[in-house]
Design a protein around this ligand. Sequence first.
Ligand code: HEC
Ligand code: HEC
Length: 282
Amino acid sequence: MNKRQTRLFAIASTAIASLVFIGMTIDSHRQFPTLTNAQNITPAVRSGQDVWHKYNCINCHTLFGEGAYYAPDLTKITQHRGEQYLQAYMRDPSQFYDEQRHRRLMPKQNLSEEEIKNLIAFLDWVSKVDNQGWPPRPILVTGASIPGTDMAAAPKEGGEAPPGARPQTGNENPIALGERAFRSATPACNACHSIAPGVNMAGPSLAGVGSRAEKLVSSPDYKGKAKDAMGYIRESITDPSAHIVPGAMYSANGVSFMPNTYGKGLKPEQIDQIAAYLATLK
Ligand code: HEC
Ligand code: HEC
């Protein structure tokens, strides 16, 4: 190629690449209303977005992978956590996390009930946007090596509280207490169970166990005695072999590999609290 041909070649390839780029951009914009379910943007969703901006949630969290990487990505949060959990969490995050153990904490925002309701509507709309698989994996920052677990942070039942830990006040939210008992039971539930979707360890992932249990108890495959989701979870804790999750690595000869000692080791109210917590995982 001589100089003139080289120049022509460069100009032509740039022009073609630009046209393709512009075409794809226009195409993406045309798809936005469908991908974002624009018709579902209710006044509550809009107000929730205003609350999100007002309190600068994005300074710590990400949505669609955008924002700060200090706190977990919330793009799909309403699909992983039920409304009750989110309500209780936003009223007082300190009941769920401990600054000493987690080395970071979400500050209490003193949100009104109205703001919390709208935030949940907004986050729920976000969770239903077809983000075509982006971000490729949930960003989980809760200081653990395995997503959704928190082994390093699990204190043993009856163990020494870390210095400066919040004193137990006795009037705490049962879901928050359940979340804590889940980590502090002996052996810790999160030694075998992640709450991140698809992360199966010695036990199956408990992501979505609330909705799964609800369907299971009324299906013909169910072998136990429970009548509802809470009952199923309680039964799973006190009598793991009553109904066994299918999977070769979970049981042998009809006996679950999950310890059958929790019925004695945990107090009845702790079992209720854990069940209340797990039932919120939708
Ligand atoms: C100063 C930083 C900060 C701000 C601001 C903040 N958060 Fe958080 N948030 C956190 C941290 C840190 C966690 C997780 C604690 C952990 O995992 O150790 C968290 C956790 C959460 C969770 C629970 C996630 C889960 O998986 O259980 C929700 C929901 C949440 N934040 C919502 C919000 C909303 C809504 C706002 C704005 C109103 C907000 N956050 C503002 C730091 C922040
Ligand atoms: C040593 C590992 C281990 C520990 C510790 C453990 N589990 Fe399990 N868990 C399992 C296994 C394996 C299964 C699947 C077999 C079965 O259904 O029992 C299971 C099943 C479950 C199920 C049923 C899940 C479903 O999808 O239907 C629930 C609920 C559950 N465990 C809750 C807990 C709770 C709560 C704790 C702590 C109090 C706990 N587990 C501790 C191993 C464990």
